[in-house]
Write a protein that binds this ligand. Structure first.
Ligand code: ADE
Length: 411
């Protein structure tokens, strides 16, 4: 066995050993094999926790093919271990955009019945140049905010050809993955890449959605002075009352030591901001696509560019300032870090596993719309997680339940 494969096996084993909720679901899936005879195509960040999910679905009876949903998020050791285990995996850290596209097509060549996507690039291809695969597709799951936005846009345009479950919108996903997962893994990626101190630094977070909230809170916990930029007036007030400074990017950029984007939109940091930032500013992105920091503007303003550390590019701007970009403006937590903590992905991927079973059972009867995760599945994962944590909670008495349903019993 190669050193790479051994490292991957160890990482898979470590992740599996800490994914208690998925382990409980897995036991039932392996016994019943509800995915027998089904082909499952996956495009997720190919790292250890994803490997555990893919193997779980295979052991539940499916034929599985896996590709990456981002050219820079792959853990090559996990790829080596999965391939050695017979799982068809198409991913390489630093793959070109062309390879990225080829690998997604390899997944679609399987003619999947179920697709599991993160960012909707697989779903997008199914609806454009791979439409011949559509007749075999029962349904799909979408993992992330950006992917759900894209799939909802397809639905609005009357284009969505099969049911898609918005896994991202399950409570047991976004409340923990987007907030605590992104919060911790972004700090992990930043520190791994830079080895710089956060305490006392001005740390700008663009976007105060669940991911931005997590990043801002964790950065404050590390002693940084956190500034939030927002476009939504309600979220801006929430950030202010959570104790953060709130201002425009133009105001924030001038003194920023770090700028982290987490908006899901494009052109959040552009030439006008890059002209203002101070020498040494570190830029990173936590959103799904590499469009939040305008890499085009950066290339245009730069006289020279060189790689100064693994994952860190120095842009020497005309006029003398230097700025640093982590992971080519791609997801910092996966390009330079290890992705979300294992226990967080345990909850997200438990939802994925249960929704895959749901599609296998009922997908053919579901209309081609975006479907929420059923409340029972959310609650099942929550109860399994509580059990794994050894926490008991109270239950409502019959009288309390009745009180909540009544409009006469006010006093
Ligand atoms: N690991 C696997 N998928 C991930 C995701 N979407 N975000 C962070 N870490 C991950």
């Amino acid at each position: 066995m190669s050193d790479l494969e051994e490292r991957g096996r160890n990482r898979l084993a470590w992740a599996k050993a800490h994914m208690d909720v998925l382990a409980a679901i897995r036991r039932s899936l392996v016994r019943r094999k509800p995915l027998r005879g089904l082909r499952v195509g996956m495009a997720l960040h190919v790292e250890a926790k994803t490997g555990v999910l893919a193997l779980t679905l295979r052991d539940a009876g499916a034929k599985v093919r896996l590709a990456s949903c981002n050219p820079l998020s792959t853990d090559d050791s996990v790829v080596a271990a999965l391939r050695a285990d017979g799982l068809e995996t198409f991913a390489k850290k630093g793959e070109t955009e062309k390879q990225y596209d080829e690998y997604l097509h390899k997944v679609l060549d399987l003619r999947p019945h179920i697709v599991i996507d993160d960012g909707a690039d697989l779903i997008y291809r199914l609806h454009t140049n791979r439409r011949e695969v559509l007749p075999d597709v029962i349904g799909g799951n979408e993992e992330t905010t950006t992917g759900v936005l894209r799939v909802r846009a397809m639905e609005r345009a009357g284009q969505l050809a099969f049911p898609v479950i918005s896994v991202n919108d399950a409570h047991m996903k976004y409340l923990f993955d987007n907030r605590y997962g992104t919060g911790q893994s972004v700090i992990d990626g930043l520190l791994t890449a830079t080895n710089l101190l956060l305490a006392g630094k001005r740390f700008v977070v663009a976007g105060y959605g669940w991911c931005g909230r997590g990043i801002a809170t964790r950065a404050r916990g590390m002693g940084a002075h956190v500034v939030v930029t927002e476009v939504d007036p309600v979220r801006a007030i929430e950030a202010k009352l959570d104790g953060f400074e709130v201002m425009t990017m133009e105001q924030a950029a001038r003194d920023a030591d770090f700028i982290i984007t987490a908006t899901g939109d494009k052109e959040v940091v552009t030439a006008k901001d890059l002209r203002l930032v101070k020498d040494g500013c570190v830029l990173a992105n936590a959103g799904h696509f590499n469009v939040e920091v305008s890499m085009r503007d950066l290339e245009r303003l730069a006289a020279r560019k060189r790689r100064v550390r693994e994952y860190v590019d120095e842009y020497a701007l005309r006029g003398g300032k230097k700025v640093y970009v982590i992971g080519e403006g791609r997801l910092v937590n996966l390009a330079a870090g290890q992705g979300h903590p294992v226990e967080i992905m345990d909850m997200s991927f438990s939802i994925q596993a249960l929704c895959t079973e749901l599609l296998a059972k009922s997908g053919k009867a579901m209309p081609p719309r975006v479907h929420p995760v059923p409340r029972e599945l959310d609650e099942k994962v929550a109860r399994l997680k509580l059990r794994a944590m050894g926490i008991e909670i109270d239950a409502l008495s019959a009288a309390q339940k009745e009180y909540l349903q009544s409009w006469t019993e006010g006093t």
